[in-house]
Design a protein around this ligand. Structure first.
Ligand SMILES: [Zn+2]
Length: 390
């Protein structure tokens, strides 16, 4: 645990831009003494323009991410949603064009319906088996469409349930594409659980067998590995704990009190002296693990056991002066770390007595740690994605 920071209202002054840039480009980790310093401003306008620029045209340097384009769209639209810019700072035409692009990746096949990562293989709406829908991309597409307030009139719910069921393996795990295709790990299992939770329908999967797989990934430290016998990692620990909490009630508690206490202990001690979270024991802190570790502790109800001010200080120090947030201070930014850092800040931005301007800059609307979106977006999803009974 890190001592609470001094956050007095009178101590806040805006940092000089040149000092700020030098700090952001520095490779030095933040020192403990910085926790008594004022929180740097959230560069809201720069982060918004960084995301909007990417949505207009992905930078050429990211061409290697073409196979994950749906995820990039999720991060960029998500950045705008978290910063409250989606409705106010984008046009109707832009939002409709993003919705249209996402629906163009919707594919129908003999294993049901879902979303493909992008048009890099085929624009066909009928998948041949070589360009199948992908379960993680389907989860991100559903959330992104919810951010864009889509009415899901085009969603084939029985087809979606069939697709999710076809991705489950005999050991309870899920593969990324039907019939055992692609990777098989906790990322896919979490996505399957999130889709079933959004649909309000768990009938196409074997929940108890899936929980058995999650349990088999648990380690002696109280975290979870990607697969059985793998080292505990912050990201997979979040995915496991979120899946256990999304699941419908079972014959026994999903997490025994002693297991919960062990997980809390490991997660709390993943926050290091810089205020950031590390992904694995002994590693350096990384802004995305502020989300994975921070959201996992929120889910466990143990969010008050970390130093939220130091946490936000670390995220603030990872901001790039021209927009975007990096994994660590001085590193180049990317959309993944920008979204995850803002989502982390949305859960922990300290409610402190700073000046009204600074308070507003780090202020976010309520965030849902289980589904990784703003509460308002999750409410929309839960209202429009399930089958209508009337
Ligand atoms: Zn990272």
């Amino acid at each position: 645990m890190i001592d609470a920071a001094n956050t007095s209202m009178s101590s806040y002054t805006s940092p000089h831009p040149r000092i700020y840039i030098r700090r952001a480009l520095s490779h030095q980790p933040p020192a403990m003494s910085r926790f008594s310093e004022p929180l740097p401003p959230l560069a809201r306008a720069s982060h918004i323009s960084h995301a909007k620029h990417a949505l207009a045209r992905l930078p050429g340097s990211l061409v290697n991410l073409d196979a994950s384009r749906m995820a990039i769209v999720f991060y960029c639209v998500g950045i705008l949603d978290l910063l409250g810019a989606l409705q106010d700072q984008t046009s109707d035409m832009e939002r409709v064009s993003w919705q249209t692009w996402i629906w163009e990746q919707y594919a129908i096949g003999r294993y049901g319906t879902g979303f493909k990562p992008g048009p890099f293989m085929s624009r066909s709406s009928t998948n041949s088996g070589h360009d199948s829908p992908h379960i993680i991309m389907t989860y991100t597409a559903l959330l992104t469409l919810s951010m864009l307030r889509d009415d899901f009139a085009r969603l084939n719910r029985p087809g979606l349930l069939q697709f999710v069921g076809s991705c489950q393996n005999r050991d309870g795990s899920f593969s990324s594409t039907p019939n055992g295709g692609g990777d098989s790990d906790l990322r896919n299992l979490y996505s399957a659980f999130a889709i079933c939770a959004l649909l309000g329908d768990w009938s196409s999967i074997d929940v108890e067998r899936a929980i058995g797989f999650v349990d088999s990934c648990r380690t002696y430290e109280g975290g979870y590995g990607q697969l059985p016998s793998c080292e505990a990692q912050g990201g997979t620990t979040y995915l496991a704990l979120a899946a256990l909490h999304l699941a419908p009630p079972g014959p026994r508690p999903r997490l025994a009190p002693a297991e919960k206490a062990r997980s809390e202990h490991w997660l709390v001690h993943s926050q290091d002296a810089s205020g950031g979270f590390r992904g694995r024991t002994g590693k350096a802190p990384d802004a995305c693990y502020c989300f994975w570790g921070g959201a996992a502790l929120r889910i466990l109800g143990a969010h008050d056991k970390i130093n939220a001010y130091a946490f936000t200080q670390f995220i603030a120090s990872c901001q790039f002066p021209f927009g975007g947030i990096a994994k660590a201070p001085g590193q180049p930014p990317d959309f993944y770390h920008t979204y995850m850092s803002l989502a982390a800040a949305a859960m922990y931005a300290p409610r402190v007595e700073l000046s009204a301007r600074a308070y507003g800059q780090w202020d976010f609307t309520p965030f849902n740690p289980l589904l990784n979106a703003r509460e308002e977006t999750v409410r929309w999803a839960r209202s429009y994605i399930p089958a209508r009974t009337s």
